[in-house]
Design a protein around this ligand. Structure first.
Ligand code: MLT
Length: 237
């Protein structure tokens, strides 16, 4: 379990990784794929994203800087913008401040899944099934954080994944950060807003008008689709 800056290739190489940027990159990508986007191509730079559009006008550009839509882009980073009528059948090229970087950072893992409250149960079930079948015994959770700092919402969501894995493997070894995330999650599992209302990025999004996103991203398990980042592209498994 690591903040993305501490993830080493050594830790990841034999594991399945779950990358979490709850507010909002991984939640938004999961929502887009669940609404029928064909694929998402996460890129780190705005200029790289623009290049995709130059080569193929049909792609949609999405993402944020400072939480807001990037000039000339089709979509911001709100999951609510990625409606079926907008994204169905489309390739979306996305660049966000932290989430897209965290995905790239996890690229040494055997497989990389996107995590969020919105589809955690299905994702955990799928990972457990695959890990058992292919004898993978380590699951790494990679939290994106915000502006290179620890961020509470990702840790709460990580704690939910730990909870789901613990149900199936009560004797699994948990490192200290996993334990801490689980304790924190259990304390606020019925209402994560209760603690997140004091946190940095939650309040930033509220200030810039994305309160509805907070409600959306903190609801559990209303989306069934499992998303994997593979060969530089996010797709439904
Ligand atoms: C990011 O990747 O930094 C975030 O998803 C920021 C945001 O909430 O838009």
């Amino acid at each position: 379990f690591s903040h993305y800056k501490e993830v080493t290739d050594e830790v990841l190489k034999d594991s399945y990784a779950i990358v979490i940027d709850l507010l909002r990159a991984t939640s938004t990508m999961i929502c887009a794929i669940s609404n029928g986007a064909k694929r998402i191509i996460p890129v780190e730079d705005i200029s790289e994203a623009r290049l995709f559009k130059k080569l193929d006008e049909s792609v949609l550009l999405g993402g944020e800087r400072g939480g807001l839509k990037i000039e000339g882009f089709d979509l911001d980073n709100s999951p609510l913008s990625y409606k079926k009528e907008v994204v169905f059948g489309k390739t979306v090229v996305m660049t966000t401040t932290n989430g897209t970087r965290a995905l790239k950072k996890a690229s040494f893992a055997k497989r990389i899944f996107l995590g969020s409250f919105i589809n955690a149960k299905k994702t955990a079930e799928y990972i457990i099934k695959e890990a058992l079948q292919y004898s993978v015994d380590t699951i790494s959770i990679v939290c994106a954080g915000t502006e290179e700092k620890f961020t509470l919402e990702d840790i709460l969501c990580a704690g939910y994944f730990v909870d789901l894995f613990k149900e199936n493997f009560p004797n699994a070894f948990l490192d200290d950060l996993s334990l801490a995330s689980h304790v924190l999650y259990k304390k606020f599992e019925n209402d994560p807003h209760e603690i997140l209302k004091y946190s940095y990025h939650y309040n930033h999004l509220k200030r810039i008008g994305f309160e509805a996103d907070l409600q959306f991203c903190l609801k559990k398990d209303f989306i069934d689709c499992v998303c994997e980042y593979k060969n530089l592209v996010v797709e439904k498994v």
